[in-house]
Design a protein around this ligand. Structure first.
Ligand code: PLP
Length: 400
């Protein structure tokens, strides 16, 4: 009999990773399924980045790199932080890992002790609570309802903080809500945290480049420079550079934390893929103009989806300020029945019904800490989005 560890039993498979797999399985079984679950842009990785990988391979950059990231990439990351965020990090204050996810995993595994608390504003990215649990900690969820724009308010943060709090996780723009914090909002949170010097902030900036309308991106250590000494500024190339499969994330933080994370990484992956690291240098140092082009396209898709959902009885949503997801409420459909008489009791019932009746895969809000909501990704073609919204309308209209 296979004996699994207690720590493994505390976690479940990532809902977003599993959803994509489910769509592929259903398609393979011959079902006409539309998947609006993907947490990745449908754009190709730009040519100059792919060419840099090819050149690196041919130049023999196919061996182990420094565990914490090849020095030229850490230089490019330092330069990126200086140029785009006004943050000065030494090379010893930078780590490169196999995606932002591994950065977050490393950081929490290195710093969270049994029973420590990690504040996770809800809605949240699915992996924060489970990585916290795996590390032995306790996620403390702070509800951030739609009428707060899905954002953490200082008074709610104050309520959640205590002597056991080790981290606050701040994800802006947020997955799944798109909520994007302004400088003033970050400063108001920092003011509360001033009174809790033992608390560190994990700023997950992976959607930095994907903000819409007049939303401007600011990261915490930039808004409140004194917090740089207790902030892990996390970023990566997955989303803005359409490089999810290359698996390169990076972070800046005080050297003792980075050293600890590198130690852990030396006993797990030995560092990120060498060729992908060369490609990431080309991404960070190369032309950035395609980001604005992609962003304009994403904004048009966002507007299309928000307009279509707005016409559906029982569905409500706000236009997200960033990232590429719409977090829509299906609360008005709770208590309705399918033509077969099944009761829609919760958001999961609604998303199951969408898949069963219409072959539309979206993510259930419960995975993100917001039941009676669902998340759909608009990082796909307009044709798929139109058809997806048509299926949502048909599924809602069939309920009585
Ligand atoms: N953080 C958030 C909020 C995300 O949505 C994701 C991916 O979906 C990640 C981190 C992980 O990104 P990466 O591909 O760099 O591991």
């Amino acid at each position: 009999m296979l004996e699994l560890t207690d720590r493994l039993r505390r976690i479940k498979p990532s809902a977003s990773s599993m959803a994509g797999q489910r769509v592929r399985e259903l398609r393979a079984a011959g079902r006409d399924v539309i998947g609006l679950t993907a947490g990745e842009p449908d754009f190709e990785t730009p040519l100059h980045i792919r060419q840099a990988a090819w050149a690196a391979m041919n130049a023999g950059q196919t061996r182990y790199t420094d565990v914490g990231g090849a020095e030229p990439l850490r230089h490019a990351v330092a330069e990126k932080f200086r140029r785009e965020n006004g943050l000065d990090y030494e090379l010893s204050e930078i780590i490169v890992s196999a995606g932002a996810k591994q950065i977050i995993f490393n950081a929490l595994m290195c710093t969270v002790q049994q029973g420590d608390e990690v504040i996770v504003p809800a809605p949240y990215w699915v992996s924060y609570p489970d990585i916290t649990r795996f590390a032995g900690g306790r996620p403390v969820f702070v509800p951030c309802p739609p009428d707060n724009g899905f954002k953490l308010r200082p008074q709610d943060l104050e309520q959640a903080l205590c002597a056991r709090t080790r981290w606050l996780i701040l994800n802006s723009p947020n997955n799944p809500s798109g909520a994007t914090y302004t400088r003033a909002e970050l400063l108001a949170l920092a003011e509360v945290l001033e009174r809790y010097p033992q608390v560190w902030v994990l700023a997950d900036d992976i959607y930095e480049h994907l903000t819409y309308d007049d939303a401007a991106f600011v990261t915490l250590a930039q808004a409140a420079p004194s917090f740089k000494e207790r902030t892990l500024t996390v970023n990566g190339v997955s989303k803005a550079y359409a490089m999810t499969g290359w698996r390169i994330g990076y972070a800046g933080a005080p050297a003792p934390l980075i050293r600890a994370m590198v130690t852990l990484q030396s006993q797990s992956t030995s560092g990120a893929n060498a060729v992908a690291q060369a490609a990431a240098i080309a991404a960070l140092d190369g032309p950035q103009d395609f980001i604005a082009t992609n962003k304009a396209l994403l904004q048009a898709r966002r507007d299309r989806v928000v307009a279509a959902l707005g016409k559906i009885d029982g569905i409500a949503c706000q236009a997200p300020a960033g990232a590429f997801y719409v977090l829509a409420s299906c609360a008005a459909l709770m208590g309705a029945r399918t033509p077969q008489g099944a009761l829609i009791r919760c958001g999961d019932d609604w998303t199951d019904w969408l898949l069963d009746a219409q072959g539309l895969a979206v993510l259930q809000g419960s995975a993100y800490g917001v039941d009676s909501h669902f998340r759909l990704s608009f990082a796909t073609s307009s044709a798929q989005l139109d058809e997806g919204c048509r299926r949502i309308a048909a599924a809602a209209a069939a309920l009585t």
